[in-house]
Design a protein. Sequence first.
Length: 312
Amino acid sequence: MNIVPIVIFTYRRKIDELIKSLLKNKLAKYSNLYIFSDGYKNAIDKKDVLEVRESLKDISGFKNITIKESKLNNGLANSVIYGVTEIINQYTKVIVLEDDLIVADNFLDYMNEALEFYNKNQKIWSISGYTPNLECLNNYDKDIFLSVRASSWGWATWKDRWIRIDWDIKDWDDFKKDKNAIKSFNRAGNDMFKMLEIQMLGKIDSWAIRWCYNQFRFNAYTIYPTKSKLVNNGFDDKGTHNSDGLKRWEVVSSNKIVNFEDLKVNNKIIDCFAKKYNLQLKTRIGYLLKQFGSYRITKKTIKFIGAFKFYR
């Protein structure tokens, strides 16, 4: 098995904890590591960005380490799109992490094995490392399950899927008028269409909602572990898209060995998964404010659920 490269995207947050967790993985020393450091957008962020870059110089323990420092602030969406494209064109597979994650001791085993097992299965769009707590999994007897929704928290994919993405969503004008298609898209959660809508209105800048939409258009799935292979510790002021974190997204990562297999769609799990992400009242208000341009002002007085964290 060719060991898949790891790509980390960072901005103002140091990645010491993420690196420590990765180094507990036995495959770390055989893995090429690429770190994309986005440029600062103002004087306030400059100090943090420069401190992050200084700390990156101390990283060791991987096969090769390449640090790419941008002079400009590209934003997370462009950083991910261009960074993943660059590395995946070279290696054909990629494992992607952001700076606020802590992975399990066998995270790299899980990702590498999953990419190998589902390599030729075009119905599998990506591999997720994160899984929220779902009651419907309590009596589920498999190590993995299928979802129609992709995740941006520690994921992996293949070049032949990635290059098919239409980042411009050229069929948007037709899609937004198709009630049946919208209903199908929202089977992954009733936030999906609203997120894509405000993306197309230019109110947010998300690579992941566009990634999810393309997965939907190709009628494909994401593989999730029954027990999460990572946790997110990034609900703080160092993030650029997250609001306050809630208990419902907290998980305990698992080192359990995962057995991969070809799965059939489990509609009960699909519906249970979507329900976890369905919009609550405060989030609905947040989307409306985004759509009509009042979000920045009102955010100072209303704390919204961290839904945007997943699709930045």
